[in-house]
Design a protein around this ligand. Structure first.
Ligand code: ADP
Ligand code: ADP
Length: 231
């Protein structure tokens, strides 16, 4: 049984920009997948289609038992409950605390009561090692710490899938490694992770499935693949 099934998907922006061309692949629950390719290859577009920020022009995308294109605006929260996302420019309520920024997402999705919100929030902050910073304001944190909060927010509702778009961009090597370790930990807890990345060292060192895009085409789908086909 496949968790994600992408069939012959093409995405054309503005009727002329072919961001993705006839892409087909599927992903099982629990996989870790790197999405690589040059800038403009279509990585972000692929992630955006998976969480329905964009809709494909042709083809089908199935997440669990749901076809993404058939989801109504009102049902979108059901998809977002299955999907946690860590995007390049994650927005926070910058003058609110770390705790408040996570807690507001628990409430938004599940309508949970206050004690459940606190339990879920603290649990997510614990996973990313930010429990001791929960009363800090977002704008007092380093970039790496803000990325951890973004990851906590992505996992707080226990999604089956986490999507991350270049989560280690703008981080130094040490901070980047810490962030990568968090994604491997989240994956080892059973969550499917799909990550767009330019981090060739990481892709080559921690071997996982690689989906490589080039000018919108899926040119490689390789288990335990490196950053280049023939390293
Ligand atoms: P909107 O969602 O309203 O289109 P955006 O901020 O996403 O707003 O985009 C603003 C404009 O720039 C839009 O015309 C959009 O199609 C275009 N655009 C956004 N991202 C890209 C990109 N990566 N490459 C080319 N054009 C883009
Ligand atoms: P990557 O994440 O690999 O850098 P993208 O998915 O952002 O690639 O972009 C793929 C192609 O689609 C690029 O040519 C980009 O300029 C274009 N593109 C992305 N978003 C938009 C948009 N909203 N409107 C128009 N063109 C876009």
């Amino acid at each position: 049984h496949q968790l994600i099934d992408v069939r012959k998907v093409t995405k054309i922006y503005k009727g002329r920009i072919h961001a993705l061309r006839n892409i087909t692949f599927s992903i099982k629950q629990g996989e870790f997948v790197y999405v690589i390719g040059a800038s403009g290859a279509g990585k972000s577009t692929l992630l955006k289609l998976l969480y329905r920020e964009e809709i494909q022009t042709f083809g089908s995308i199935k997440i669990g038992n749901t076809f993404a294109s058939q989801i109504t605006h009102k049902q979108l929260y059901l998809l977002r409950r299955q999907l946690g996302v860590v995007m390049q420019s994650d927005l926070f309520l910058s003058n609110r605390t770390v705790f408040e920024n996570i807690a507001v997402c628990v409430e938004a999705v599940s309508g949970a009561n206050n004690s459940k919100v606190a339990i879920r929030t603290n649990e997510a902050l614990d996973v990313v090692g930010m429990l001791d910073k929960s009363s800090r304001k977002i704008n007092e944190l380093s970039i790496g710490q803000q990325k951890r909060v973004a990851i906590a927010r992505a996992i707080v509702n226990h999604p089956s899938i986490v999507l991350a778009d270049e989560p280690t961009a703008n981080l130094d090597a040490k901070a980047a490694l810490e962030i990568m370790k968090l994604f491997f930990k989240i994956n080892s807890m059973g969550t499917t992770v799909i990550m767009a990345t330019h981090d060739s060292t990481m892709v080559n060192t921690v071997r996982e499935r690689v989906l490589e895009l080039s000018k919108g085409e899926l040119v490689r789908d390789e288990q335990d693949g490196g950053y280049t086909r023939y390293p």
